[in-house]
Design a protein around this ligand. Structure first.
Ligand code: R5P
Length: 296
């Protein structure tokens, strides 16, 4: 099996798990021309080999890069292509909310599906995918891994923890974190105006006085949700406030600085390159591949 990975160490973790495993690092030449166009050429001989690509797709450029990598692998006659996408952009527009909109999630997935045999995602924001860990989408097996366990492990030394989800939708994941940290969890109720994008979080007593609060969310994009949640929790005299997300988009630098200043700790995983990506997902991905790909 050949593994082509960008920003992760999954091949090494897989070899550490099982020294007899035939996992080789795939060699690929990637270039960007002066006008911004990508070029991809597979160097390893992967004819009739199973291949794994581990690449986050966090913007339009990365999407195009991924398609070219997949095309190069397919044309090199790989036996199978398994795609691990720790962060897959455009998944939030997973249904038509307002008349006349494009269905972004479907557009992206259709393109990826035409190359991949299996797709592995991590805490994808697509509502359909959030409901189950494994399902079929247009004939392709999709696995949606959960990285909240990695967040909980990172915060294992909090003295008096309580996990808070900034909206009701992420309550289950907050509960999972709570189980690992052996503590209670609670949630805030958030509403967002679809047209203006404005977020309103209802004030609520969360029972966090004297607690080391961990506010955990699947994604921090503009940071607006976390700032609102933080403001409400700060008023309730916790011992500390720690902020964590799986996907650190941090598209608003001013908000990022506010979060970093006001919180005791702000961390994200490395699903997207960012300044607080202290939680490496390679081990989680290696475990999932060992379970669902290599065993079969
Ligand atoms: C919403 O359902 C998500 O779980 C996040 O809370 C949201 O996408 C974060 O977005 P932002 O950082 O822009 O408020």
């Amino acid at each position: 099996m050949y593994i082509f990975e960008f920003g992760f160490n999954v091949g090494k973790k897989l070899r550490e798990k099982n020294a007899n495993l035939d996992v080789m690092d795939g060699e690929i030449l990637l270039k960007k021309f002066p006008d911004g166009e990508f070029y991809a050429r597979v160097i390893s001989n992967i004819e009739n080999e199973d291949c794994v690509v581990v690449q986050s797709i966090y913007n339009s450029d990365e999407f195009l890069k991924a398609i070219l990598i997949l095309d190069a692998i397919k044309r090199s006659k790989a036996k199978s292509i398994n795609l691990v996408i720790p962060y897959l952009t455009y998944m939030r527009q997973d249904k038509i909310f307002l008349k006349g909109e494009a269905l972004s999630a479907e557009v992206i997935l259709k393109n990826l599906n035409s190359y991949a045999d299996k797709i592995f995602l991590i805490n994808s924001h697509n509502q359909q995918f959030r409901k189950s860990r494994k399902f079929k989408y247009e004939g392709i097996e999709i696995y949606n891994m959960d990285a909240f366990s990695e967040i909980a492990k990172y915060f294992k030394n909090l003295k008096n923890p309580k996990v808070i989800s900034p909206d009701e939708g992420a309550l289950d994941t907050a509960k999972e974190c709570g189980k690992i940290l052996k503590c209670e969890s609670n949630y805030l109720v958030k509403k967002r105006d679809r047209v203006t994008g404005k977020i309103v979080i209802e004030d609520k007593n969360l029972g966090v006085e004297g607690k080391d609060v961990l506010i955990a969310d699947d994604i921090i994009s503009s940071g607006g949700t976390m700032i609102e949640a933080l403001k409400i929790i700060k008023k309730q005299n916790p011992a500390s406030i720690n902020l964590a997300c799986v996907h650190g988009v941090f598209c608003d630098n001013e908000n990022f600085l506010i979060l970093k200043t006001l919180a005791d700790e702000l961390v994200a995983t490395n699903s997207i390159p960012n300044k607080v990506a202290k939680i490496d997902l390679s081990e989680l991905i290696a475990g999932e591949l060992a379970e669902n790909l290599i065993k079969k």
